[in-house]
Write a protein that binds this ligand. Sequence first.
Ligand SMILES: CC(C)(COP(=O)(O)OP(=O)(O)OC[C@H]1O[C@@H](n2cnc3c(N)ncnc32)[C@H](O)[C@@H]1OP(=O)(O)O)[C@@H](O)C(=O)NCCC(=O)NCCS
Length: 220
Amino acid sequence: MRLAETTFATYDGLTVAVDRILRSAEVHASEQCLVAGAQPVRIAQFASGRRVARAAASTLGYVIEAIGSGPGGDPLFPDALVGSISHTRRHAVAAVGLSTHYRAIGVDVDDDRPLEPAATGAIASPAEIAVVMRVVSGTAPLLGASITFSLKEAIFKCQFPALQLRDLDFRDVLLSAPDGVTLRARARRPDSRLSELLVAMQLQVLKIGGARVCLALVPR
Ligand SMILES: CC(C)(COP(=O)(O)OP(=O)(O)OC[C@H]1O[C@@H](n2cnc3c(N)ncnc32)[C@H](O)[C@@H]1OP(=O)(O)O)[C@@H](O)C(=O)NCCC(=O)NCCS
């Protein structure tokens, strides 16, 4: 049996935890209703995501038992924490931060699987993908599209608890790097609350525990 080997990346008031999907990961009793009737693959992803979230929270000094789900599917952390969860078939990732340090956090993981070329037009313009490829050096075009997709999913998750924009579309947010090295997001739809949040949002693309992790952070 493979032993769990969670990798942690820690920053000021923030921990990102990454591990493999574990079929043996346990669903907390009060989380059972969130995956009732689900397929084993989904249950393993759900349980593994919450497992790494609890592990990340513990590095910040918090023991969390159940992590509920909001009506939009967003994970519910205790007031002292903000956090986000993502999983693929291989990896489970959670980013958890102290509420005193972060207003909102979004995380997304991809397994370096290129996005289908036919799908990229709906996600971003060629100029946005080129910017991401430049900032995340050594990235090939198909992977650039996939990282752009992942960044926008992290942005979606980051905005959701604060603004609850369920209909936020990929083309509603524009990625750029005004200084050539720092990714920024701008709103392309008239929404002053979204614009304000995006101005404060920091974007990072990291390699942690063999997974490519996109982070969207709004510091206090
Ligand atoms: C919700 C969504 C972001 C999930 O992303 P995904 O790549 O399908 O799946 P991931 O494994 O990365 O993330 C799943 C986790 O996201 C979290 N999540 C689900 N809905 C969420 C929401 N509304 N807000 C924040 N987090 C959410 C959950 O923790 C979920 O895992 P869990 O169900 O096991 O708890 C995606 O399905 C979606 O609906 N996106 C909307 C369109 C979009 O992203 N637009 C971009 C605008 S810039």
